[in-house]
Design a binder for this molecule. Structure first.
Ligand code: ADP
Ligand code: MG
Length: 354
C-alpha cells in the first residue's frame, strides 16, 4: 500500500515556480519501496542548478512524511535543454524529440491574444522564406500553427483544405513557398475545440512529430497566447532554438509580455527579441505617426528582459487586409514600409540564429 501512498505524495510536489506537480510533468523515472526505504529517480531538463536540489528537498520532506517510510533516497538526473534538442530522441522532461528535417525552430509568442501574433508569424515566415530563397534555399521555411483555439494561419496565408497523409505522416500544405501545418486543417471550421491541457499536449506532440516537413531551415511556431501550465508543457514539447515575443506598445502590456517571456527562461529557450506590433498609425494625409495604442511598451519589455528590440510594425489596414485575403503584405507589397520592417526583423533573426 505504501507505493501508492508515495505516488500520491509525489503528486503534491510542485515543479519550482509552477502550480503543476512533478508527476504530471512526467519527471518520475523510477519508484521503489523496500524495508522502509523509498527510492525515487527523476530526470529533468533544466539549466537552473536550484531546481534539482529544490525538487529533491521537497520530495524528501513530502515522502518522508508518508507512514511506513523511514528513509528517502532521491536521484535526480539533470540534462541541459540544448544538448537534448540535438541529442537522442526523447528528453527526460517531456519526450522532446527533434523535429525531423527541421534545422531551427523558433516560437512566436505573446502574453495575451489579439496582439497580432499570427499576423506577425505569417509575415515573418514569408520574409524569412524570401531571404533564404535569395541564398538558393527554396521552400526552406515552414509554419506550425499551434493555436488550437483559434488557428488563423491557414486563412492568413491563403490555404484551406485537408492535408494528405503519406506513410502515417501529414504532408503540410504550401503557399508562397511556405509549408504550413495547422490545427485549422484538422478541425473543421465549426467544430469547437475545447480540449484540456493534457489533450492539447498530446495533440501538439503528434502534430510536431508526424509532419513530413521535408528539409526546413526554419520552422516558425505560432503558439497560443497565454502563460499557463499548458503553455509551459507545450514549450517543452517542441525543441525550440529561440523565441520572439510579440507585444503592443501599451506600457500596460509590459507585465504580461514579461510573464510570457519568462516561460522560455524556465525551459532554457533563448529569447531572440521583442517585436512591437500596431506600433503607430501613419496618417495618410500628413504622414505623421499617431500613437494610437500608446508608446514604448515593446522597447520597455525588451529592456526588462535584456533582449533585443527587433522592430516596430505599424498599424495599417493593408496588414489586416493581407491577413483576410490570404496574401500577407510581405508578399503583396514587398517594397512597402510594413514589409520592410518584417524583412529587417527577419534579417536580425537570421543573424542571431547564425
Ligand atoms: N499591424 C497591424 N495592422 C493592422 N491590423 C493588424 C495588425 N496586426 C494584426 N492586425 C489584425 O488584428 C487582428 C488580430 O491579429 P492576429 O494576428 O489574429 O492576433 P493574435 O494571433 O495575436 O490573436 C487581425 O484581424 C489582424 O488582421
Ligand atoms: Mg493567433
Amino acid at each position: 500500500m505504501s507505493i501508492e501512498a508515495i505516488q500520491q505524495a509525489l503528486k503534491q510536489v510542485k515543479y519550482p515556480g509552477f502550480s503543476r506537480d512533478i508527476v504530471s510533468f512526467g519527471l518520475i523515472r523510477g519508484l521503489d519501496f523496500k524495508d522502509g526505504k523509498a527510492s525515487i529517480q527523476l530526470a529533468i531538463t533544466t539549466s537552473d542548478p536550484k531546481v534539482p536540489s529544490q525538487i529533491k528537498g521537497d520530495i524528501e520532506q513530502t515522502v518522508g512524511g508518508v507512514g511506513g517510510v523511514a528513509e528517502v533516497d532521491v536521484e535526480v538526473a539533470v540534462s541541459q535543454p540544448k544538448a537534448q534538442a540535438a541529442g537522442p530522441a526523447g528528453s527526460p522532461m517531456s519526450g522532446q524529440t527533434p523535429i525531423k528535417g527541421v534545422k531551427r525552430a523558433i516560437a512566436v509568442a505573446s502574453g495575451k491574444g489579439g496582439v497580432g501574433k499570427s499576423t506577425f508569424a505569417v509575415n515573418l515566415a514569408c520574409a524569412l522564406g524570401q531571404r533564404l530563397g535569395r541564398k538558393g534555399l527554396n521552400n526552406a521555411v515552414g509554419i506550425m500553427d499551434c493555436d488550437i483555439y483559434g488557428p488563423s494561419v491557414p486563412l492568413m496565408i491563403g490555404l484551406r483544405g485537408q492535408p494528405e497523409i503519406e506513410d502515417n505522416n501529414i504532408i503540410p500544405l504550401e503557399n508562397f513557398g511556405i509549408k504550413v501545418m495547422s490545427m485549422g486543417f484538422l478541425v473543421g471550421d465549426d467544430s469547437p475545440v475545447v480540449w484540456r491541457g493534457p489533450m492539447i499536449m498530446k495533440t501538439i506532440q503528434q502534430f510536431a512529430q508526424n509532419v513530413n516537413w521535408g528539409d526546413l531551415e526554419i520552422l516558425v511556431v505560432d503558439l497560443p497566447p497565454g502563460t499557463g501550465d499548458a503553455h509551459l508543457s507545450l514549450v517543452q514539447t517542441i525543441p525550440l532554438d529561440g523565441a520572439v515575443i510579440v507585444t503592443t506598445p501599451q506600457p500596460a502590456s509590459v507585465n504580461v509580455t514579461r510573464k510570457g517571456a519568462r516561460m522560455f527562461d524556465k525551459v532554457n529557450v533563448p529569447l531572440l527579441g521583442v517585436a512591437e506590433n500596431m506600433s503607430y498609425y501613419r496618417d495618410p494625409a500628413t504622414g505623421d505617426h499617431v500613437a494610437l495604442f500608446g508608446e514604448g511598451g515593446g522597447r520597455q519589455a525588451a529592456e526588462d528582459l535584456e533582449t533585443a528590440f527587433l522592430g516596430q510594425v505599424p498599424l495599417n489596414p493593408a496588414i489586416r487586409q493581407g491577413g483576410d485575403s490570404g496574401i500577407p503584405v510581405v508578399i503583396s507589397d514587398p517594397d512597402g514600409v510594413e514589409a520592410r520592417v518584417f524583412f529587417e526583423i527577419a534579417d536580425k533573426i537570421l543573424e542571431s540564429l547564425g
